[in-house]
Design a protein around this ligand. Sequence first.
Ligand code: NAD
Length: 356
Amino acid sequence: MMGATAFVHESRPARVVFGRGRRAQLPAEMDALGVRRALVLTTPEQAALGQEVAGLLGADRCAGVHAGAVMHVPIAAARAAIQAARDAGADACIAAGGGSTIGLAKAIALESALPIIALPTTYAGSEMTPLYGITDGGEKRTGRDWRVLPRTVVYDAELTLGLPVGLSVTSGMNAIAHAAEGLYAVDASPIHQLMAAEGIRALAAALPRLAADGRDLSARDDALYGAWLCGSVLGQVQMGLHHKLCHVLGGSFNLPHAELHTVILPHALAYNAAAAPLAMNRLAAALGAQEAVAGLVALQRALPVPTSLRQIGMPADGLERAVELITAAPYPNPRPFERPALRDLLQRAFDGAAPE
Ligand code: NAD
């Protein structure tokens, strides 16, 4: 979509409650949804947050805390959580955490249609999407189903204070990636483009401040606001080459999600630049840069983030297989998936060379 000439805009927004300390409103949000007893989900690392949320709900509104969320939602973890929700007689789930925890709540919702209240603690954006993924036998099955879209999202920046600076800035780059691809998505409307540009602007301004001081709550507010917008774009339009690269590399080589997005983003955008000039102009403006890819590289350089696939555990002998997998089932993209050019892109990303 290159201008406001013809478009379809569909969104099914969740109820969004934004502000520091707003997690105290959870019982009222449960009332608004018409639910009685919620199962609280977290990762084992965030079990203390689960207990805090249970305390906010009180014994009669909390059906239990299940601290069993794991990266990529393994089927066994999904089954255990579905059983825990049944055993506890829960009529809702509260997912307190990042994409892994919200992903677990989605697996429960897919099976049981229990409504989800999300309390995001990273910038990954899963809380705003109807996308789910469950890993079975080493393969991640993904899909889109409106039943898994959280009904209420409470964005409380105080919950992000514990996110280490390194993960905060890579998670923020992960969010920027959703919006950057939203700018040239085949099905993006002018509204999506506004959300994408504003989300990038907010995050690009917030991340260097967060890198300087992870306790800067005002920067945390701005980053979370940007993450909301970028996650909304991810949930509403189709992603292109960048997300294809990250799905293949993350899924097949088990690379860390947010770091991977951070390394790949300037390379994927450089590949698409000539085929999507209007999107690049918008991206550059949102980044406050003369040129989009240079702006992304400058942002990356200003942050304590990895800049090569080698650094994050990609095996050198996996690049050929990655190209096979990427070109086997392309995503819609402004520039066609060209094998030799993609092989070069991966090599540059592997070496940490400048994007072309
Ligand atoms: P994550 O949820 O896996 O969290 C990473 C680690 O950080 C975990 O140990 C977690 O407990 C910890 N953590 C999270 N927030 C914290 C905080 N505030 N303080 C301290 N520790 C904290 O990371 P993620 O990047 O949010 O999610 C990645 C996963 O989500 C991937 O599997 C990805 O595929 C999925 N995802 C899905 C969607 C979607 O729309 N379905 C969107 C984005 C990401």
